[in-house]
Ligand binder design. Structure first.
Ligand SMILES: *Cc1c(COP(=O)(O)O)cnc(C)c1O
Length: 270
């Protein structure tokens, strides 16, 4: 369902709907969800429905869905919260009464265990630099996005910080601290195999499906995260076979640009 379309949300609601669930930004095409708008529509229809937002892509530094009307926020702490790609963990944020219900039933029976002490330590340590890291992720991503947008081998760049992003104005309103996150996707002017070869050729960017790491990670949705989709299904959701998703890290942005440029310059534009 398209969370950017108010009518689609209204018609998807059923009398017995209990939870409405979306992400702050869609993966990998970076559509920004207007959380305030979705919350208003959902709660107008049924104030008892839980509106749950996965805020992993933006982190609480950039977007705070509870303030925008969400009831529950979930995070993969594996990503920006820990920030160093060395922990697998998650977090649920909501009001006390609800957490007290979730812990004994949801957590105990669904995830089965408590987080380990060393993993907890790594996350609390990582959180101390969340704001500094996010500012750098955002600044680096903005530079990289502008570079990619200007390269002849790149068909389009999808990054909410660019004026060319269809929801740039919404992102400016919803995101705080003047940043637009560290994640972008871009389409190359080549086919599937050549796009995968490009990603494999990079030296500084690491090929991996995760994101929110201190180092830059790149992935090829058609062959990695979305490889269970047929080509037709990918096209239907707007994912081209030459699309790549980049999670920009904390490196010197000029080094990242040099790495990307070296491989982009090798592509013979079709
Ligand atoms: C990675 C990710 C998850 C899954 O989290 P894990 O910590 O890898 O289990 C869920 N939602 C989003 C948006 C993610 O990026």
């Amino acid at each position: 369902m398209d969370f950017c379309d108010p009518e689609a949300i209204r018609s998807a609601m059923r009398p017995d709907t209990k939870v409405v669930y979306c992400e702050t930004a869609t993966n990998p095409d970076l559509k920004i969800i207007d959380i305030e708008m979705v919350s208003r529509i959902v709660h107008e229809i049924n104030p008892g429905v839980m509106f749950m937002v996965d805020n992993t892509f933006t982190s609480p530094y950039l977007v705070q869905p509870l303030k925008l009307g969400a009831d529950i926020v979930v995070h993969s702490a594996t990503k920006y919260l820990n920030g160093h790609g060395d922990v697998i963990a998650g977090a649920i944020i909501t009001k006390k009464e609800l957490i007290e219900k979730i812990i004994p039933c949801g957590l105990k029976y669904m995830t089965g265990c408590a987080i380990g002490p060393f993993d907890s330590f790594l996350i609390t340590r990582g959180l101390k630099t969340l704001d500094i890291r996010m500012d750098r992720h955002c600044a680096n991503a903005m530079k990289v996005a502008r570079f990619l947008e200007g390269h002849p081998a790149v068909r389009r760049v999808c990054y909410p910080g660019l004026e060319s992003h269809p929801q740039h104005e919404l992102a400016k309103r919803e995101y705080q601290h003047g940043g637009f996150g560290g994640i972008m996707s871009f389409e190359l002017k080549c086919g599937r195999e050549r796009a995968a070869e490009f990603a494999n050729g990079l030296k500084l960017c690491t090929l991996a499906v995760s994101l929110g790491d201190a180092i830059t990670l790149i992935e090829h949705p058609a062959s990695m995260t979305h490889n269970t989709y047929t080509i037709e299904a990918l096209a239907e959701i707007g994912i081209s076979e030459s699309l790549l998703r980049l999670s920009v890290g904390l490196e010197d942005p000029d080094d990242l640009i040099a790495d990307l440029k070296a491989e982009l310059d090798k592509i013979e534009v079709e």
